[in-house]
Design a protein around this ligand. Sequence first.
Ligand code: GDP
Ligand code: MG
Length: 163
Amino acid sequence: QLPTVAIVGRPNVGKSTLFNRLVGKKLALVDDRPGVTRDRREGDATLIGLDFRVIDTAGFETDDPQTLPGRMRAQTQAAVREADVALFMVDARAGVTPLDEEVALWLRGEDTPVVLVANKAEGKATEAGVHEAYGLGLGDPIPFSAEHGEGLVDLFEALRPHI
Ligand code: GDP
Ligand code: MG
């Protein structure tokens, strides 16, 4: 049984881009029970020789933009609770949003360790967004680019103690 990493965060921060990068061609849609895990994708990931199961959650991606409870599907909670570590992704270009704050508040109350990733940090002009992420109270954000594959070594080092 491989250790498990659950990728969480609000929509459009780059979760699926990272998932696809980690899993590559080994993607498996593991469960098609309607309404249960339909939006949950899992795959076997390899990161610099570290092997783990990765879950791409979509539990914050409902049509209700107003409240975290409206978005927090039970499967996302379950994914984080069963995971060895939660990878919480924010968008360094957009900066921290109220929904990021809500997700962070929720994660701080969970027992699962959290690795904070500030994505879209390639190039210039993202330092402010990365810096804002310190304020989420979940440790040092890792400047990252899922699209360009930057920050992978730092991610490896952050995940390794937990898996
Ligand atoms: P998700 O909703 O969190 O799963 O986000 P997606 O993976 O679908 O990505 C949302 C958008 O952000 C897409 O247009 C991606 O191409 C873009 N994106 C993802 N990662 C990066 C990145 O590292 N840098 C930039 N600039 N864009 C990214
Ligand atoms: Mg996605």
